[in-house]
Design a protein around this ligand. Structure first.
Ligand code: NAP
Length: 459
């Protein structure tokens, strides 16, 4: 009866996870998807607590209380801008848990395992260990505790490959001879070092791709844990996590027109920055006056907002909505052009704008918004840089050549809100800022938008 109840709750949890993922694939249903997945997790926890192998609940309850308090604190205090590093930390915890389960199982059984269990356990520990250190370094880079630019050395890729090959070699040896405990711990140590080396040459803004890849590893490690513990929900949830993470990484790379190997081994931030310096200036930037922009906006027929990372750092989403409402009251059509990799994580702009109650129907994807620009009077670029860089379209030798961009330069007029001459993630110069059609409105995006709203109200 107990086993029956556990399996039913696991089945329910798995169905809810799948429905949750389906919901997350669309902004309109994302919230519901999240709630379904949360409910699924509750089912999985209840099912697990029913296991007859549990001798005492003391440690489980202690863990649940500590974990829930930590989760609650992170949910309340971590700002939206710090979401990528928060996610990295969660991955590190998840992967560390999977690695610890594997290590304790190996230790408990004293290495007396059959080949299949050893294969699953070794896979779990290896992926769990490298994901732990990789995610911790990703966290440190994104939090600014470690330099965000790629850290490289000569022969790095060859060295990393050799290290990985050695780790996998030991793993295969252990499948054949599972009893060698020292070798098992050497494998764990090498995997921990490999995690660090894997993330070292990757720039901070490529971290979301790496993190969703690490997420995928953590998922696969959990699936392997499920095989070791004969736990069906871990196998299903781990596999879902593993593959959805991988698909997300591929989609992000596609949106940047880069391959996964280029992200992982290309040391993108450093090379791009160097090229940017060689290219140098493209002319002079034209600074515009806030009142002139307000008049332009007030008498426009159609205005398109194009947000980027700067909107997130300025937390300007509510100010954007305020300006949009003021314009709409005057009969101006307002649209938002959303690039798939604007900001620092997938859906970054969607989440922020949804928080400010911008209706989903006003958000346009790249392919939908680009044909709109010739009929757009003013395109307002809010702290976006790389995603509106025309070099990606016009300059085949640019490091970001081929990356699809939001073609604001086809609008009748472009106003760029940014604080100064700061570059975007790629470190490249942006010729858009030097075009005749473009005016630069310097200042913090939130402040500029608030002042623009007041000026439009008075226009
Ligand atoms: P971006 O190229 O990083 O540029 C952001 C701009 O915002 C900067 O030029 C900065 O200029 C400005 N800014 C910063 N703080 C500001 C503030 N408080 N007020 C006004 N402006 C501010 O951003 P993006 O155009 O969104 O491009 C995203 C980049 O991240 C792309 O290169 C993309 O490939 C990469 N990436 C994204 C993802 C993802 O999932 N979203 C994943 C991997 C990589 P100032 O310093 O002059 O103000």
């Amino acid at each position: 009866m107990q086993t029956y109840f556990i399996e039913i709750s696991y089945l329910l949890a798995s169905v809810l996870f799948i429905l949750g993922l389906k919901g997350l694939s669309h902004p309109e249903t994302a919230k519901r998807g999240m709630h379904l997945a949360e409910f699924g997790m509750l089912m999985a926890i209840i099912g697990t607590l029913m296991h007859h192998e549990i001798i005492t609940y003391t440690w489980i309850i202690t863990g649940l209380v500590i974990g829930s308090l930590a989760g609650l604190a992170m949910g309340v205090w971590v700002p939206m801008t710090a979401m990528p590093q928060r996610t990295a930390l969660s991955h590190a915890f998840g992967a560390f848990a999977a690695a610890l389960v594997g290590i304790s199982e190996y230790y408990r059984l004293g290495g007396h395992l059959d080949k299949i269990t050893m294969g699953a356990l070794g896979f779990e520990v290896m992926l769990g260990a490298l994901t732990t250190t990789g995610s911790l370094l990703a966290f440190a880079k994104l939090q600014g505790m470690v330099r965000g630019t790629p850290l490289t050395f000569k022969g790095q890729n060859v060295f990393n490959m050799l290290l990985l090959a050695t780790t996998i070699g030991i793993f295969i040896y252990l499948i054949v001879v599972p009893g060698s405990m020292p070798l098992f711990f050497v494998m764990v140590g090498l995997a921990l070092v490999f995690g660090l080396l894997l993330v070292m040459p990757i720039g901070a803004a490529d971290m979301p791709v790496v993190m969703s890849l690490l997420n995928s590893y953590a998922g696969l490690a959990s699936a392997a844990t499920g095989f070791v513990l004969s736990n069906n929900v871990l196998i299903i949830a781990g596999t879902l996590d593993g593959f959805s993470g991988f698909i997300l990484s591929v989609l992000m790379c596609r949106a940047m027109n880069r391959s996964i190997t280029n992200v992982l081994f290309g040391a993108f931030g450093s090379a791009a920055a160097a090229t940017g310096q060689i290219e140098g200036q493209h002319g002079t930037m034209r600074e515009v006056n806030l009142d002139d922009v307000a008049v332009q906006l007030a008498y426009a027929k159609q205005v398109v907002f194009v947000p980027g990372y700067g909107m997130a750092t300025a937390q300007a989403q509510h100010a954007v909505k305020g300006l949009a409402d003021t314009l709409e009251k005057r009969g101006v059509t307002v649209k938002y052009g959303i690039h798939p990799v604007a900001g620092r994580m997938p859906g970054h702009m969607n989440v922020l704008l949804a928080e400010a109650n911008v209706p989903y129907s006003s958000l346009y994807e790249l392919e939908q918004i680009n044909p709109e620009f010739p009929a757009t009077d003013v395109a307002i670029v809010i702290g976006a840089n790389d995603v509106v860089n025309p070099d990606a379209r016009d300059n085949p030798s640019s490091p970001i050549a081929g990356m699809p961009i939001i073609e604001v330069d086809h609008a009748k007029s472009v106003v760029v809100l940014k604080r100064g001459q700061g570059k975007g993630f790629s470190g490249l110069e942006n010729p858009l800022f030097f075009k005749d059609v473009t005016g630069m409105l310097y200042g913090d995006a939130k402040e500029s938008l608030t002042r623009l709203m007041q000026a439009v109200q008075q226009a």
